[in-house]
Design a protein around this ligand. Sequence first.
Ligand SMILES: Cc1cc2nc3c(=O)[nH]c(=O)nc-3n(C[C@H](O)[C@H](O)[C@H](O)COP(=O)(O)OP(=O)(O)OC[C@H]3O[C@@H](n4cnc5c(N)ncnc54)[C@H](O)[C@@H]3O)c2cc1C
Length: 265
Amino acid sequence: MHRVEIKQPTTLADAVANFRDAGDAMFLSGGMTLVPSMKAHLAAPEVLVDLSRVAELTGITDQGDSLRVGAFTRLVDIERSEVVASAIPMLGKIASIIADRHVRNRGTIGGSIANNDPAADFTAAVLVLGATLVTDRREISADDYFTGLFETELEEDEILVAMVFPKPEAAAYAKHAHPASGYAVGGVCVARFGQGWRVAVTGSGADGVFRIPELETALADKSASQAIAAVDFSALDVVDDAVFPAPFRQAMIKWLAEDALAQIG
Ligand SMILES: Cc1cc2nc3c(=O)[nH]c(=O)nc-3n(C[C@H](O)[C@H](O)[C@H](O)COP(=O)(O)OP(=O)(O)OC[C@H]3O[C@@H](n4cnc5c(N)ncnc54)[C@H](O)[C@@H]3O)c2cc1C
């Protein structure tokens, strides 16, 4: 790895200023994605702006109708949080199945959502719950935030500060993990808000995480099995590769949706 300067701001304003002053900088949270990328020469910033001392990025707060999770919240803290377990238990369960203890001890939810890996798990939770992404300068709705593979609405110098998750009546996640990496080949999140449903899929989308509006509409007035039967899963725009061809992925999304809906009951 080449030499890199590390800035350690303690406020959001200083973090943005450090980034802009540097010219060629990247934000560093837990480093679980960024450091391996640098080792592989996929990223080569001259300056890393370390976000670990920025107090505005931390904390898990139950806000009544919603749960606010700071971007610099480690996955292990979400996994173990009683506040999360009582407000939106699905989030704790998702954190618990990501990677291994070492990665969860350093990796943050903000790093995962900023990176928008198409095989990440929390992207589906953010989308299914219709979370609001709070940055240092604006609020972005989950439906507008994810713009493609590893692409988001965030500007280069914009810091993800927190995610605000509306509390659903019920929500569940079902995942088919890649046997080697553990990342999602497919993951389906379902959430019920009153009469309305949201369904989000990660791991297989040709453009990253996506919703299934046909299933959401069908669930409003049909049983889970009737709603699943009403959807043409073979029409979903998914990745088609030699290991997991499109027909496999489409069938997998169907049975993951069945699994997630069965968890809600
Ligand atoms: C072995 C291994 C297995 C894994 N398995 C899974 C898995 O099964 N499922 C899954 O979902 N993920 C998995 N991951 C990914 C893991 O969840 C992410 O690496 C981690 O959450 C990223 O967070 P971080 O804090 O380490 O981010 P970093 O690596 O520090 O940063 C990642 C990117 O986000 C940017 N960034 C970070 N924080 C912010 C912020 N607040 N605002 C703006 N930009 C920011 C950085 O500049 C960088 O581009 C795995 C990772 C490893 C190493």
